[in-house]
Design a protein around this ligand. Structure first.
Ligand SMILES: O=C(O)CCC(=O)C(=O)O
Ligand SMILES: [Fe+2]
Length: 344
Protein backbone atom coordinates (compact mmCIF):
# COMPACT_ATOMS: atom_id res chain seq x y z
CA UNK A 1 0.00 0.00 0.00
CA UNK A 2 2.62 2.52 1.06
CA UNK A 3 4.47 2.08 -2.24
CA UNK A 4 1.37 2.75 -4.32
CA UNK A 5 2.07 5.47 -6.92
CA UNK A 6 0.09 8.68 -6.57
CA UNK A 7 -2.41 9.18 -9.40
CA UNK A 8 -3.52 12.79 -9.77
CA UNK A 9 -6.95 13.98 -10.92
CA UNK A 10 -7.32 15.79 -14.20
CA UNK A 11 -8.36 19.34 -13.35
CA UNK A 12 -9.29 22.34 -15.42
CA UNK A 13 -9.62 26.06 -15.10
CA UNK A 14 -12.85 27.94 -15.69
CA UNK A 15 -13.75 29.95 -18.73
CA UNK A 16 -15.88 32.60 -17.02
CA UNK A 17 -15.90 32.06 -13.23
CA UNK A 18 -18.65 29.55 -13.69
CA UNK A 19 -18.42 25.76 -13.80
CA UNK A 20 -18.19 24.34 -17.31
CA UNK A 21 -20.24 21.38 -18.48
CA UNK A 22 -17.17 19.16 -18.02
CA UNK A 23 -16.99 20.04 -14.30
CA UNK A 24 -20.71 19.54 -13.84
CA UNK A 25 -20.74 16.15 -15.52
CA UNK A 26 -17.60 15.09 -13.65
CA UNK A 27 -19.37 15.82 -10.36
CA UNK A 28 -22.62 14.18 -11.43
CA UNK A 29 -21.11 11.08 -13.06
CA UNK A 30 -17.75 10.55 -11.38
CA UNK A 31 -18.53 12.11 -7.98
CA UNK A 32 -16.11 15.06 -7.89
CA UNK A 33 -14.82 18.16 -9.68
CA UNK A 34 -11.66 20.16 -8.98
CA UNK A 35 -11.49 23.78 -10.16
CA UNK A 36 -8.70 26.24 -9.53
CA UNK A 37 -10.08 29.71 -10.19
CA UNK A 38 -13.65 29.97 -8.94
CA UNK A 39 -13.10 32.50 -6.15
CA UNK A 40 -11.31 35.87 -5.99
CA UNK A 41 -7.69 35.50 -4.89
CA UNK A 42 -7.61 38.67 -2.79
CA UNK A 43 -10.56 37.48 -0.69
CA UNK A 44 -8.95 34.05 -0.29
CA UNK A 45 -5.71 35.72 0.78
CA UNK A 46 -7.53 37.70 3.47
CA UNK A 47 -9.21 34.51 4.62
CA UNK A 48 -5.84 32.76 4.84
CA UNK A 49 -4.42 35.62 6.90
CA UNK A 50 -7.41 35.45 9.26
CA UNK A 51 -6.92 31.69 9.61
CA UNK A 52 -3.16 32.01 10.23
CA UNK A 53 -3.88 34.61 12.93
CA UNK A 54 -6.39 32.28 14.55
CA UNK A 55 -4.61 28.92 14.50
CA UNK A 56 -1.44 28.03 16.42
CA UNK A 57 1.89 27.61 14.64
CA UNK A 58 2.91 24.12 13.55
CA UNK A 59 4.81 22.21 16.26
CA UNK A 60 3.56 24.51 19.04
CA UNK A 61 1.97 22.94 22.12
CA UNK A 62 -1.25 24.78 21.30
CA UNK A 63 -1.51 23.09 17.91
CA UNK A 64 -1.89 19.69 19.57
CA UNK A 65 -5.55 20.32 20.38
CA UNK A 66 -6.27 20.21 16.63
CA UNK A 67 -5.59 16.55 15.99
CA UNK A 68 -8.94 15.77 14.34
CA UNK A 69 -10.86 16.94 11.28
CA UNK A 70 -13.01 20.11 11.65
CA UNK A 71 -12.35 23.15 13.83
CA UNK A 72 -14.39 21.61 16.69
CA UNK A 73 -16.89 24.47 16.16
CA UNK A 74 -14.19 27.11 16.75
CA UNK A 75 -14.10 28.59 13.22
CA UNK A 76 -17.55 28.13 11.72
CA UNK A 77 -20.26 30.27 10.16
CA UNK A 78 -21.04 33.00 11.19
CA UNK A 79 -17.46 34.00 11.94
CA UNK A 80 -15.60 37.10 13.07
CA UNK A 81 -13.67 36.69 9.81
CA UNK A 82 -15.65 38.72 7.29
CA UNK A 83 -13.71 36.99 4.50
CA UNK A 84 -14.89 33.62 5.78
CA UNK A 85 -18.52 34.75 5.72
CA UNK A 86 -18.07 36.25 2.25
CA UNK A 87 -16.59 33.04 0.87
CA UNK A 88 -19.34 30.98 2.51
CA UNK A 89 -22.03 32.91 0.65
CA UNK A 90 -20.01 33.97 -2.37
CA UNK A 91 -22.25 34.29 -5.46
CA UNK A 92 -19.78 32.29 -7.61
CA UNK A 93 -19.73 29.47 -5.05
CA UNK A 94 -23.52 29.44 -4.71
CA UNK A 95 -23.89 29.44 -8.50
CA UNK A 96 -21.48 26.49 -8.75
CA UNK A 97 -23.53 24.49 -6.24
CA UNK A 98 -26.76 25.45 -8.02
CA UNK A 99 -25.27 24.28 -11.34
CA UNK A 100 -24.13 20.97 -9.86
CA UNK A 101 -27.57 20.26 -8.38
CA UNK A 102 -29.38 21.87 -11.33
CA UNK A 103 -31.41 24.14 -9.07
CA UNK A 104 -31.83 27.88 -8.59
CA UNK A 105 -29.75 29.30 -5.73
CA UNK A 106 -32.82 29.95 -3.60
CA UNK A 107 -33.41 26.21 -3.45
CA UNK A 108 -30.07 25.58 -1.69
CA UNK A 109 -29.41 25.50 2.03
CA UNK A 110 -26.12 25.87 3.88
CA UNK A 111 -25.50 23.08 6.40
CA UNK A 112 -21.73 23.34 7.01
CA UNK A 113 -19.05 26.00 6.81
CA UNK A 114 -15.94 25.25 8.82
CA UNK A 115 -12.33 26.36 8.46
CA UNK A 116 -9.94 23.80 9.90
CA UNK A 117 -6.23 23.19 10.16
CA UNK A 118 -4.41 19.97 9.40
CA UNK A 119 -0.93 19.84 10.87
CA UNK A 120 1.83 17.67 9.41
CA UNK A 121 2.56 15.32 12.29
CA UNK A 122 4.32 11.99 12.55
CA UNK A 123 2.36 8.74 12.30
CA UNK A 124 0.95 8.11 15.77
CA UNK A 125 -0.63 4.67 15.29
CA UNK A 126 -3.69 6.12 17.06
CA UNK A 127 -6.94 4.67 15.60
CA UNK A 128 -8.57 8.11 15.95
CA UNK A 129 -5.75 9.90 14.10
CA UNK A 130 -6.79 12.03 11.15
CA UNK A 131 -3.36 12.02 9.47
CA UNK A 132 -3.88 9.21 6.94
CA UNK A 133 -7.62 8.60 6.78
CA UNK A 134 -9.48 5.43 5.96
CA UNK A 135 -11.52 5.50 2.76
CA UNK A 136 -15.04 6.68 3.58
CA UNK A 137 -18.16 8.51 2.43
CA UNK A 138 -19.32 11.50 4.48
CA UNK A 139 -23.02 10.70 4.74
CA UNK A 140 -22.95 8.97 8.16
CA UNK A 141 -22.26 12.17 10.13
CA UNK A 142 -24.35 14.45 7.87
CA UNK A 143 -27.48 12.38 7.32
CA UNK A 144 -29.98 10.39 9.37
CA UNK A 145 -30.62 8.12 6.40
CA UNK A 146 -28.58 7.02 3.36
CA UNK A 147 -27.82 9.01 0.21
CA UNK A 148 -30.56 8.60 -2.41
CA UNK A 149 -29.77 6.82 -5.69
CA UNK A 150 -26.77 8.26 -7.51
CA UNK A 151 -28.81 10.13 -10.11
CA UNK A 152 -30.66 12.16 -7.45
CA UNK A 153 -27.99 13.77 -5.26
CA UNK A 154 -29.26 16.07 -2.52
CA UNK A 155 -26.05 17.75 -1.36
CA UNK A 156 -22.74 19.19 -2.52
CA UNK A 157 -19.68 19.15 -0.29
CA UNK A 158 -16.72 21.41 -0.99
CA UNK A 159 -13.16 21.74 0.22
CA UNK A 160 -11.43 25.07 -0.49
CA UNK A 161 -7.65 24.79 -0.16
CA UNK A 162 -5.70 27.78 1.15
CA UNK A 163 -2.24 26.40 0.35
CA UNK A 164 -0.40 24.93 -2.59
CA UNK A 165 -0.01 21.19 -2.81
CA UNK A 166 3.80 21.38 -3.03
CA UNK A 167 3.89 23.31 0.25
CA UNK A 168 1.69 20.97 2.29
CA UNK A 169 0.77 17.81 0.35
CA UNK A 170 -2.10 16.17 2.27
CA UNK A 171 -4.32 16.28 -0.82
CA UNK A 172 -7.73 14.68 -0.63
CA UNK A 173 -8.11 11.46 -2.67
CA UNK A 174 -11.37 10.33 -4.31
CA UNK A 175 -12.45 7.19 -6.13
CA UNK A 176 -14.04 8.18 -9.46
CA UNK A 177 -17.29 6.35 -10.19
CA UNK A 178 -17.34 4.68 -13.58
CA UNK A 179 -21.02 4.23 -14.34
CA UNK A 180 -23.80 2.35 -12.57
CA UNK A 181 -22.00 -1.01 -12.58
CA UNK A 182 -18.76 0.24 -11.07
CA UNK A 183 -17.74 -2.38 -8.48
CA UNK A 184 -16.38 0.44 -6.27
CA UNK A 185 -19.92 1.79 -5.85
CA UNK A 186 -22.19 -1.04 -4.67
CA UNK A 187 -25.49 -0.13 -3.01
CA UNK A 188 -25.99 0.38 -0.09
CA UNK A 189 -22.76 2.02 1.13
CA UNK A 190 -22.09 0.04 4.29
CA UNK A 191 -18.63 -1.52 3.82
CA UNK A 192 -17.01 1.14 5.94
CA UNK A 193 -16.02 1.75 9.58
CA UNK A 194 -18.64 3.69 11.56
CA UNK A 195 -21.67 2.26 9.75
CA UNK A 196 -23.89 -0.43 11.26
CA UNK A 197 -22.04 -2.27 14.00
CA UNK A 198 -18.60 -1.52 12.54
CA UNK A 199 -16.61 0.70 14.90
CA UNK A 200 -15.67 4.20 13.76
CA UNK A 201 -11.92 4.25 13.15
CA UNK A 202 -10.36 7.14 11.23
CA UNK A 203 -6.76 5.96 10.74
CA UNK A 204 -6.29 3.95 7.54
CA UNK A 205 -4.00 1.23 8.90
CA UNK A 206 -6.02 0.70 12.04
CA UNK A 207 -9.32 0.77 10.11
CA UNK A 208 -8.18 -1.73 7.50
CA UNK A 209 -6.70 -4.10 10.11
CA UNK A 210 -10.06 -3.96 11.89
CA UNK A 211 -12.01 -4.53 8.66
CA UNK A 212 -9.80 -7.54 7.80
CA UNK A 213 -10.72 -9.07 11.12
CA UNK A 214 -14.42 -8.17 11.13
CA UNK A 215 -15.35 -8.54 7.45
CA UNK A 216 -12.56 -9.90 5.22
CA UNK A 217 -14.66 -9.59 2.04
CA UNK A 218 -15.32 -5.89 2.73
CA UNK A 219 -11.63 -5.37 3.55
CA UNK A 220 -10.62 -6.99 0.23
CA UNK A 221 -13.20 -4.86 -1.62
CA UNK A 222 -11.75 -1.71 -0.05
CA UNK A 223 -8.19 -2.60 -1.11
CA UNK A 224 -9.04 -3.71 -4.63
CA UNK A 225 -11.69 -1.18 -5.62
CA UNK A 226 -11.11 1.84 -3.41
CA UNK A 227 -7.47 2.40 -2.38
CA UNK A 228 -6.08 0.97 -5.63
CA UNK A 229 -8.16 3.42 -7.66
CA UNK A 230 -7.87 6.64 -5.68
CA UNK A 231 -7.13 9.86 -7.55
CA UNK A 232 -5.44 12.68 -5.68
CA UNK A 233 -6.54 16.32 -5.94
CA UNK A 234 -3.35 18.23 -6.72
CA UNK A 235 -4.72 21.49 -5.39
CA UNK A 236 -3.48 25.06 -5.68
CA UNK A 237 -4.13 28.05 -3.44
CA UNK A 238 -7.89 28.65 -3.87
CA UNK A 239 -8.77 25.36 -5.56
CA UNK A 240 -12.25 24.05 -4.83
CA UNK A 241 -12.90 20.31 -4.70
CA UNK A 242 -16.62 19.52 -4.98
CA UNK A 243 -17.76 16.05 -4.02
CA UNK A 244 -20.81 14.27 -2.63
CA UNK A 245 -22.10 12.44 0.43
CA UNK A 246 -21.77 9.20 -1.56
CA UNK A 247 -18.27 9.76 -3.01
CA UNK A 248 -15.54 7.48 -1.64
CA UNK A 249 -12.67 9.71 -0.54
CA UNK A 250 -10.13 10.26 2.21
CA UNK A 251 -7.68 12.78 3.67
CA UNK A 252 -3.97 12.00 3.22
CA UNK A 253 -0.91 12.95 5.30
CA UNK A 254 0.17 16.58 5.38
CA UNK A 255 3.90 17.15 4.95
CA UNK A 256 5.80 17.04 8.24
CA UNK A 257 5.78 20.45 10.02
CA UNK A 258 3.41 22.03 7.45
CA UNK A 259 -0.03 23.49 8.17
CA UNK A 260 -2.75 22.89 5.60
CA UNK A 261 -5.77 25.20 5.91
CA UNK A 262 -9.08 24.32 4.27
CA UNK A 263 -12.63 25.58 4.39
CA UNK A 264 -15.19 22.81 4.25
CA UNK A 265 -18.73 23.57 3.09
CA UNK A 266 -21.90 21.65 2.50
CA UNK A 267 -25.01 22.83 0.69
CA UNK A 268 -28.16 20.74 0.45
CA UNK A 269 -31.45 20.96 -1.36
CA UNK A 270 -34.25 22.59 0.64
CA UNK A 271 -36.55 20.57 2.90
CA UNK A 272 -34.00 17.84 3.63
CA UNK A 273 -34.69 17.63 7.35
CA UNK A 274 -32.59 14.49 7.61
CA UNK A 275 -29.44 16.38 6.61
CA UNK A 276 -28.22 18.15 9.72
CA UNK A 277 -26.77 21.63 10.08
CA UNK A 278 -23.40 20.74 11.61
CA UNK A 279 -23.03 23.93 13.68
CA UNK A 280 -25.16 25.67 16.27
CA UNK A 281 -27.52 27.21 13.71
CA UNK A 282 -27.59 30.64 12.16
CA UNK A 283 -29.76 32.42 14.73
CA UNK A 284 -27.87 31.27 17.84
CA UNK A 285 -25.37 34.13 17.66
CA UNK A 286 -28.00 36.87 17.30
CA UNK A 287 -27.43 38.16 20.86
CA UNK A 288 -23.73 38.89 20.36
CA UNK A 289 -22.96 42.50 21.26
CA UNK A 290 -21.38 43.29 17.88
CA UNK A 291 -24.63 42.28 16.07
CA UNK A 292 -22.54 40.46 13.52
CA UNK A 293 -25.25 38.04 12.42
CA UNK A 294 -28.01 40.67 12.28
CA UNK A 295 -25.80 42.83 10.07
CA UNK A 296 -24.93 39.88 7.89
CA UNK A 297 -28.62 39.01 7.48
CA UNK A 298 -29.59 42.61 6.67
CA UNK A 299 -26.79 43.12 4.18
CA UNK A 300 -27.05 39.74 2.43
CA UNK A 301 -28.71 39.46 -0.96
CA UNK A 302 -32.13 37.84 -1.17
CA UNK A 303 -30.50 34.63 -2.49
CA UNK A 304 -27.85 34.57 0.23
CA UNK A 305 -30.46 34.99 2.95
CA UNK A 306 -32.52 32.21 1.47
CA UNK A 307 -29.52 29.87 1.52
CA UNK A 308 -29.47 30.47 5.30
CA UNK A 309 -33.15 29.53 5.58
CA UNK A 310 -34.80 32.97 5.46
CA UNK A 311 -38.16 32.58 3.63
CA UNK A 312 -37.85 33.54 -0.06
CA UNK A 313 -40.06 36.25 -1.56
CA UNK A 314 -43.49 34.76 -2.29
CA UNK A 315 -43.27 32.16 0.50
CA UNK A 316 -46.51 31.69 2.43
CA UNK A 317 -44.73 32.96 5.56
CA UNK A 318 -44.88 36.47 4.11
CA UNK A 319 -47.84 38.79 4.64
CA UNK A 320 -48.03 42.55 5.13
CA UNK A 321 -47.82 41.85 8.85
CA UNK A 322 -44.72 39.64 8.74
CA UNK A 323 -42.89 41.83 6.24
CA UNK A 324 -43.39 44.80 8.57
CA UNK A 325 -42.35 42.78 11.62
CA UNK A 326 -39.16 41.46 10.04
CA UNK A 327 -38.38 44.95 8.78
CA UNK A 328 -38.80 46.24 12.34
CA UNK A 329 -36.34 43.65 13.57
CA UNK A 330 -33.63 44.36 10.98
CA UNK A 331 -34.21 47.95 9.91
CA UNK A 332 -31.46 49.28 12.22
CA UNK A 333 -29.04 47.27 10.08
CA UNK A 334 -30.39 48.58 6.79
CA UNK A 335 -32.43 45.65 5.47
CA UNK A 336 -34.22 46.25 2.17
CA UNK A 337 -37.55 44.38 2.14
CA UNK A 338 -38.59 45.49 -1.34
CA UNK A 339 -38.37 42.02 -2.92
CA UNK A 340 -40.58 40.53 -0.20
CA UNK A 341 -43.12 43.34 -0.47
CA UNK A 342 -43.31 43.13 -4.24
CA UNK A 343 -44.07 39.41 -4.10
CA UNK A 344 -47.08 39.85 -1.75
O1 LIG B 1 -8.76 16.37 4.82
C1 LIG B 1 -9.18 15.99 3.73
O2 LIG B 1 -8.55 16.18 2.69
C2 LIG B 1 -10.49 15.25 3.66
C3 LIG B 1 -11.14 15.12 5.02
C4 LIG B 1 -12.32 14.23 5.06
O3 LIG B 1 -12.69 13.64 4.09
C5 LIG B 1 -13.07 14.09 6.30
O4 LIG B 1 -12.56 14.43 7.39
O5 LIG B 1 -14.22 13.60 6.24
FE1 LIG C 1 -14.68 12.96 4.37
Amino acid sequence: MSNQPINYMQSEGLTNARLDDAHISSWRDRGFALVHDLLPRALLQTLKEDALAFYPEPNSAASEQYFDFSSSQKFVFPSRSAAFNSITLHPALLQAVADLLNLPIWQLRLTQSDLWPKYGVADSKDPEANRDQRMHCDYPNHSLVHPPPWESPEAVEMIIYLNDYEQCEGATAVVPRNGPDDPAYPWPIVQTPGVGDLDYINDRQAAEAYMTERDPAAAAFRQQHLYARELVAKYQFGSVLSYRHDTWHRGRPVKQDALRLVQNLTFTKTARDWLGVLHSGWSWSMYESDRLMEKLMAQASVDQRTVLGFPPPGHDYWSYKTVAAVEARYQAFGIDMTAYKKAL
